[in-house]
Design a protein. Structure first.
Length: 508
């Protein structure tokens, strides 16, 4: 009966050339890369067309487990996979007697926490979400071992997403990795997404940075411009290349398509300077050594990049620093303080910060990597010296007070930095700079460290609330008590009385 009820798709937005079995498995993995929570993928086709084969390959790729047992849900009708990224439900409606039975299977509830793959979707009639992606699979007429794929959806976003994942595969082919396996790699809080790519020569990391006009809102783009965040991947190539030239370990780039925002680079692993959730003091000392090495050298304002052009680093201007600190007013204060953020309060805040920044105008300037903390400092077993740590997340580097990166490391947002460890690392940095640079000013650095630490903690308190509320990432709220304690610690430093008095009104 089911064979007679196959849905004839309207005009499809894409039809692929026939794929063999290995290509089909890889393509299923490519679709797994673009799945999002709430997605419904309908797999349509005759008996034996390859729907279950495709679904099984997609699920194993999504789970990053090539040996995962994926039984057919022909009799159970639905099989749930609870996976780290989000849940995945596999439906087979071949034995569905009435379309209304789909509601009893809990599709709506399952889509609250994950995505769904549905074989024989025609039998659900009109009960499936109208924006689902339909993939019709059929045997190739000339070769029964190959499969054809046609795609349809009323949601135009699917055409864009399918196009993007095919674009990545074409890019990998051009890099000599046509048969590489792609796996989702948890990214950061930015617009970028990351994958691991495994080929015959080993593993590398693919960054996709879709900074098209439609990728971000005008408000987000305006904020990025005001605080000098990089807006395409050229900065990644330029900054990384210059760091390596100066003896700082950054990922080697293997291939890049700057117009499409694709960069394939060296995989530095996932082991950081944090061990079992706690800072490993010796590794943090190596990170301090890297900062001393950087801050003892002269860095250019303009650097070349691979396409023959040049990249100019922006200044970490007072306007940018104040705009970042203002995230504290924009997000943290409305969430946790019973104080209205009106124009007068904002003027007070900005004037206070302007005065504080003017007070450190003479502090040492140089390259500021901006997020020099544990998630971006990857431990390299077997290396020696400062090569024991590889640096990532470099694209937003600016020229500003070098004390900023020291504060970023010593008040690490992702782990508990005790006052004792902070003080020990601070002394190690100061001692290292005094040995390497005869012009190092201990008092000037101390003032700059205090102000930059307060600015960064203010910014991050706002960012973490924004990630929780705007971007639906509530886990970031778990870091707030640590950041609140850091802020109290910083405001107790000498010379911080004005900021301490002002911020005091926002503490519970």
């Amino acid at each position: 009966m089911a064979q007679q009820r196959l849905r004839r798709l309207p005009a499809t937005f894409l039809e692929l050339e026939a794929l063999d079995e290995a290509e089909t498995r890889r393509f299923a993995g490519d679709i797994a890369m673009i799945l999002g929570s709430g997605d419904v993928v309908c797999l349509s086709g005759d008996l034996g067309a390859g729907k279950s084969t495709f679904a099984r390959a997609l699920i194993r790729s999504f789970a990053d487990d090539p040996d995962l047992e994926v039984p057919s849900p022909t009799f159970t009708l639905v099989q749930l996979y609870e996976l780290p990224r989000f849940d995945l439900s596999h439906f087979d409606l071949y034995r569905l007697e009435e379309p209304e039975e789909l509601e009893e299977l809990g599709l709506h509830d399952l889509l609250e926490t994950g995505a769904a793959l549905i074989e024989w979707p025609e039998l659900a009639e009109d009960l499936l979400p109208p924006n689902a992606l339909w993939i019709q699979i059929s045997e190739d007429g000339d070769n029964g071992e190959r499969r054809r794929f046609a795609f349809y959806s009323t949601d135009p976003e699917w055409e864009q997403r399918i196009g993007q994942t095919i674009e990545v595969r074409d890019f990998l082919k051009g890099a000599g990795l046509a048969a590489a396996e792609r796996r989702f790699l948890a990214g950061d809080a930015s617009l970028r997404t990351f994958e691991t790519v495994t080929g015959e020569s080993g593993k590398s990391v693919l960054m996709r940075w879709p900074f098209s006009k439609d990728a971000v809102s005008d408000a987000v783009r305006d904020y990025m411009s005001r605080v000098h965040l990089a807006q395409d991947c050229r900065s990644v190539l330029a900054i990384g290349s210059e760091l390596r030239r100066h003896g700082i370990r950054a990922p080697q780039v293997f291939a890049a398509d700057l117009e499409k925002g694709l960069v394939l680079s060296e995989d530095l692993g996932d082991e950081t300077i944090v061990v079992d959730g706690l800072p490993e003091p010796e590794r943090y000392r190596i990170a301090v050594d890297i900062l001393v090495k950087m801050h003892s050298q002269t860095w250019p304002r303009t650097v070349p990049h691979a396409d023959g052009g040049r990249y100019t680093l922006p200044d970490y201007s007072s306007e940018a620093l104040i705009a970042e600190a203002s995230l504290f007013l924009d997000w943290y204060v409305p969430e946790f303080c019973e104080i209205a953020v009106d124009a007068e309060l904002r003027r007070e805040f900005e004037l206070l910060w302007q005065n504080s920044l003017e007070g450190i105008a003479g502090a040492q300037q140089g390259w500021v990597l901006r997020d020099f903390h544990s998630p971006n400092l990857l431990w390299q077993c077997g290396a020696i010296g400062t090569d024991r740590i590889g640096l990532i997340d470099l694209q937003d580097t600016v020229i500003g007070p070098v004390a900023y990166d020291v504060a970023s490391l010593l008040l690490d947002a992702r782990t508990e930095m005790s006052p004792e460890l902070e003080a020990g690392l601070y002394d190690a940095y100061v001692s290292g700079m005094e040995k390497q640079s005869s012009g190092f000013d201990r008092d000037s650095f101390s003032r700059a460290y205090s102000v930059m630490a307060a600015q960064r903690v203010s910014k991050i308190l706002g960012i973490f609330v924004r990630l929780a509320r705007r971007d639906n990432k509530p886990a970031y709220l778990g870091h707030l008590p640590r950041m609140q304690a850091y802020l109290d610690r910083v405001l107790d430093r000498p010379g911080m009385s004005d900021l301490k008095d002002w911020y005091g009104r926002f503490r519970k």
